[in-house]
Design a protein around this ligand. Structure first.
Ligand SMILES: Nc1ncnc2c1ncn2[C@@H]1O[C@H](COP(=O)(O)OP(=O)(O)OP(=O)(O)O)[C@@H](O)[C@H]1O
Ligand SMILES: [Mg+2]
Length: 217
């Protein structure tokens, strides 16, 4: 279980995250939504131990894997870019097949397109087991087919290892198809929190209602 109490992050005078309480149960799959700058990446980075909160308490246990918002490639070919995380060649190739990147296995990873690189980045993360998977906008560079492959791979991984998956997204499709909870952030505060369908139908505040209006699909 992840438990957050009175968590704040500020830069200088500016508070960019202010969460009085948030509990995420083991195995939950919440999606974090909200406008640019609302604090999604900041929250994921704090959960992943990449940055520290300025105030408050965070309790969580277990292995954490984090996929950053900006995908990157190491030198070398695509398959080695997965093996760098410790995976053997066979399982790296299986992951590439799952994300429909097999034809690029021997190509330089740095030559991949944005959407291909994002799927490779996911392969690298999914090559390891964890208790908590943090994904920062995992479909942002993907076309419709690529997003579907990513969603299926995340769901399959989650079903196999039973981990908690927290992902940030601007994609209603991702939130509705791969999440069981939608947390909407507005200027660093939780504006709305509930099941994705329910939250979009009854956003709970005027601000969340206008946000949800743009999310109706
Ligand atoms: N190192 C930093 N120094 C100062 N301000 C920062 C720093 N990192 C983030 N911020 C600010 O914190 C706010 C929240 O940023 P964050 O990256 O969490 O937003 P986000 O919800 O992930 O946005 P996006 O949808 O664009 O990815 C932003 O206004 C950003 O400018
Ligand atoms: Mg972000």
């Amino acid at each position: 279980m992840i438990e957050i109490k009175n968590l704040k992050k500020y830069y200088g005078e500016r508070t960019v995250l202010d969460i009085p309480e948030l509990i995420i149960k083991d195995g939950e799959m919440p999606a974090l939504a909200g406008a640019n700058g609302s604090g999604k990446t900041t929250l994921l980075k704090i959960l992943g131990g990449i940055i520290k909160a300025s105030e408050g308490n965070l309790s969580l246990t277990g292995n954490i894997l984090y996929m950053p918002q900006n995908s990157y490639a190491f030198r070398g070919d695509t398959v080695r870019n997965i093996m760098i995380s410790g995976a053997d060649r066979k399982s790296a190739l299986e992951l590439l097949e799952k994300l429909e990147l097999s034809h690029l296995a021997d190509k330089k990873a740095k030559s991949l397109s944005g959407g291909e690189l994002q799927r490779l980045s996911l392969c690298r993360v999914l090559s390891k087991k964890c208790d908590l998977l943090l994904l920062d906008e995992p479909t942002s560079a993907c076309d419709a087919k690529g997003a579907e492959l990513v969603i299926n791979a995340i769901r399959e991984y989650r079903n196999e290892c039973g981990c908690t998956v927290i992902m940030s997204t601007h994609s209603p499709m991702l939130a509705l198809n791969a999440s069981d909870r939608l947390i909407i952030l507005n200027a660093g505060k939780i504006e709305s929190d509930g099941s994705p369908g329910e939250t979009l139908a009854n956003p709970g505040s005027q601000w969340a209602e206008s946000f949800a209006a743009g999310w109706k699909i």
